[in-house]
Design a protein around this ligand. Structure first.
Ligand code: ZN
Length: 644
């Protein structure tokens, strides 16, 4: 076929129109489309008056199939000519497999699925067959956002099309299915232009759609922000259907509240916030994001929007919206740009209404490699040694948001092999790890950590991870498990490694059980990383140096940096975070101290004398390596009273 289907006049060449008719007979639902301009459809139909033969063919199912088969074969022929390893028999087989519903696209899909052709070859063949040229480039820079603004993302995704460039009075549109003529009609109406389709791989189009639509959902765009606020002021907030949950990018023109909440979620995820706080005050609502551990105010919606925002979030999270007097929690599972995002929501009644905290579990940003967690070589080899043990308990301690879960996930990932049965009980399951059995705590139905742990033990595990030990019952089951040939990972809420021992004793666990099961305890904190674009070398005061025990010898040949602020780091001076660690293996000395019920401070001193680097000392190393600042380490290790 040599006609150029870009040309409107060529739209209904005899062979193509035959195809249109046949497709309509077979799949009427695909060509029905309310948006289609009736005049356009009429033009196609008029130009496509079928010959008597064609009519007969259309009425005769077998002949119709035959026609389609020939058409499909033609694609097959082209593919055989492009790909020397593809045989005619393989094509025949695919044709017979695709059966009566066969379109050329399906033949291609079958061959693709069997890996007999590549997607590139298929696109090339479809292009040769249809005469539609291949898309040259679909880079960010090439996509005209003015065009994408006119097409809802849901439409683009459904049909896998993306308009990307204006050429004269025409618009170039990347498509993946040359047979989908009706979508071209719809595009002509939506864009008010001639449409020149170009062929692209499906994945390329999908990726380009995500890239093209993300910025318009506004990343802190002041204009959009203002529009949202204006919406809130001008519209009736009560008569809104708050029930839809879908891809955040798909909602284009929803009610203002839905738009506001979606935009908040979108922005939070884009800006890598870990939490969104929605706090009602007397006169308005404060919305804050926690980014790299620090809270920033984002907006102040009016008081009158409070009920709707709260309801919308609660509906999304599956929380009872009528219940406003007790704390509740739920979970939002949403999608952003095709990526799954989990958000844990908790509500807390206050005198000004319900306070909401949304914790974003951005699974993509979690580091699962021990090597990438920021351990130095010595720490890394110690951790690896610990995680290779066949039994015992390893405790990771630190406050909420200190990265304990990431550490445990990375530990589990490092030992995750098919010959080990690894089971976890968590609250919540933050990331699904392939090859692990993960149980989520659900206290409403009585599935507590202790209960989950009991059921795990009936599943013959080798390695167990308990999300948190916070009561005697859980502690004792975990210890029993570790004494009977299992390795147990868990976390506990204490300031330093040594205190985890006294915490267990405080819970009522017998010291001899702890001394015989605990193999190591590790404390950790997250500190912000200095922005590499703007960090500034300086000479700290003697007082600062003293506080961190940085002697002139330690400082020799090193540079200490402080935050400055630049556009790359939103003027904060910091970008991203890293962990600092204190790893305390339990040796004979410590074991006997545990048995004697020694206090945490004394245990820590003993550990330090045998080489323990405290949180603050590890932080100091990271200051001297230029990763973080003195103020960050001091902030994160306030409780870390010096051993000496
Ligand atoms: Zn910067």
């Amino acid at each position: 076929m040599s006609q150029n289907p870009w040309d409107d006049d060529n739209e209904a060449t005899a062979s193509e129109s035959t195809l249109v008719i046949e497709r309509e007979k077979i799949k009427p639902q695909e060509t029905k489309n309310a948006k289609s301009d009736p005049t356009v459809r009429a033009t196609i139909k008029a130009n496509a008056s079928p010959t008597p033969e064609q009519l007969t063919a259309a009425q005769n199912k077998e002949a119709l199939e035959d026609t389609l088969r020939k058409f499909s074969n033609k694609l097959g022929e082209i593919l055989v000519s492009i790909n020397p390893t593809l045989t005619e028999e393989q094509v025949e087989h695919a044709v017979s497999q695709s059966n009566e519903k066969s379109t050329s696209e399906m033949i291609g899909e079958i061959l693709l699925k069997k890996k007999l052709v590549t997607e590139d070859e298929l696109v090339k063949a479809l292009s040769m067959q249809s005469g539609i040229p291949m898309t040259k480039k679909l880079d960010d820079a090439e996509i005209d956002l003015e065009l994408t603004n006119k097409i809802p993302i849901s439409f683009a995704k459904k049909h896998l099309i993306l308009p990307y460039e204006k050429v004269g009075s025409s618009v170039l549109v990347a498509i993946s299915d040359p047979n989908d003529i009706s979508v071209i009609d719809d595009l002509r109406i939506l864009l008010q232009s001639n449409i020149k389709p170009t062929l692209s791989k499906k994945n390329d189009i999908m990726n380009a759609i995500h890239r093209a639509y993300e910025p318009t959902a506004a990343q802190g765009d002041p204009e959009l922000h203002q529009n949202l606020m204006n919406d809130l002021d001008s519209q009736d907030l009560t008569s809104v259907d708050l029930n839809e949950t879908q891809d955040l990018l798909d909602s284009d023109d929803e009610a203002p509240i839905i738009r506001l909440v979606n935009t908040l979620l979108f922005r939070a995820i884009k800006e890598k916030a870990s939490d969104i706080h929605i706090e009602p005050a007397e006169k308005d609502i404060t919305v804050r994001f926690r980014i790299d551990g620090i809270l920033y105010e984002i907006m102040r919606p009016p008081k009158r929007a409070q009920a709707s925002i709260t309801s919308r979030v609660k509906i999304m999270a599956g929380i009872d919206i009528a219940e406003k007097r007790i704390p509740q929690d739920g979970r939002i599972k949403t999608r952003l740009g095709g990526k799954n995002v989990d958000i844990r929501v908790s509500t807390l009644p206050t005198s000004y209404g319900e306070r909401l905290v949304l914790r974003i579990l951005d699974t993509a940003s979690v580091v699962l490699n021990l090597e990438d967690l920021g351990f130095d070589d010595q720490q890394l080899s110690l951790i690896k040694k610990i995680t290779q043990l066949s039994h015992g308990i390893f405790l990771v301690t630190g406050p909420t948001g200190s990265g304990k879960t990431s550490t445990l996930y990375a530990c589990l990932t490092s030992i995750n092999t098919p010959d080990l049965n690894i089971i976890t009980v968590e609250n919540p399951v933050e990331i699904q790890l392939a090859g692990l059995g993960q149980i989520q705590v659900d206290e409403k139905v009585g599935l507590t950590f202790a209960e989950g742990l009991r059921s795990i033990l009936r599943q013959d595990p080798d390695v167990i991870m308990v999300g948190e030990i916070r009561d005697k019952e859980t502690a004792e089951i975990a210890i029993q498990a570790s004494l009977t040939g299992h390795f147990v990972f868990s976390t506990i809420h204490t300031n330093d490694a040594a205190s985890s021992i006294t915490r267990l004793v405080d819970m009522g666990v017998e010291p001899f059980l702890i001394s015989s099961s605990l193999v190591a305890a590790m404390a950790q904190r997250l500190v912000r990383r200095l922005c590499p674009s703007c960090k500034e070398a300086y000479m700290p005061t003697p007082q600062e140096l003293k506080e961190l025990n940085i002697t002139p010898e330690k400082l020799k040949g090193r540079t200490i940096y402080r935050p400055k602020g630049c556009p790359a780091c939103a003027k904060t001076g910091y970008k991203g975070r890293m962990a600092i660690y204190e790893i305390m293996p339990v040796d004979d000395t410590i074991r006997s101290m545990i048995l004697k019920n020694t206090d945490a401070g004394t245990i820590k001193k003993a550990a330090a004398s045998s080489g323990l680097a405290t949180l603050r000392e590890d932080g100091t190393k990271k200051i001297l390596s230029g990763f973080t600042s003195i103020e960050e380490v001091l902030r994160a290790t306030q409780e870390d009273t010096l051993v000496a």
